[in-house]
Design a protein around this ligand. Sequence first.
Ligand code: S3P
Length: 175
Amino acid sequence: MPKNNDNPPSPVLVGLMGSGKSSIGRRLAKYLHIPLIDLDDYIVNKAKKSIPEIFTDLGEKAFRDMESAALREVIGQQAVIATGGGAVMREENRALLKSHSPVIWLQASPEFLAKRIDGDTNRPLIAAGETLQKLQHLAEVRYPLYEECADYVLPRGDMKKREALKSILQFLEKT
Ligand code: S3P
């Protein structure tokens, strides 16, 4: 995998924060011998500000504008693209994602995610208040949107990264 190494797929990973898009994306990129583009890192490099700084100094709308611009710029490149959890919120982003294949949703429960990211100060949307409740709300709003865009849903459950990677590779093998 891939069968034709000259033309590997360019998977885009979507899912809630903490679902492993960047870390599994890194392993996937290594396996496919293509770069990883982490959309948050891409935005941070361009803005020369951290994600919390962008949210505090410029506001969430400015961040979402940067996110949409970044997605437009990178989609279609030969790379694994790890999106931010909120990239599916805008219609224009979903249209881009739906026109691309494969899009892989790392589906993880709010309970699983809360254990992983509770107290993470680099994620403004969960910086204050109760992490589990916030994630439950985000899941309610976003699960249907991830589903709308995804070609493959990987139900992570308690799956380790190694197993998650294997499952994605099995899917890619079939496409
Ligand atoms: C966000 C998720 C973050 C980052 C920003 C907003 C969201 O990315 O883009 O904090 O709206 O869920 P990760 O999913 O990589 O944490």
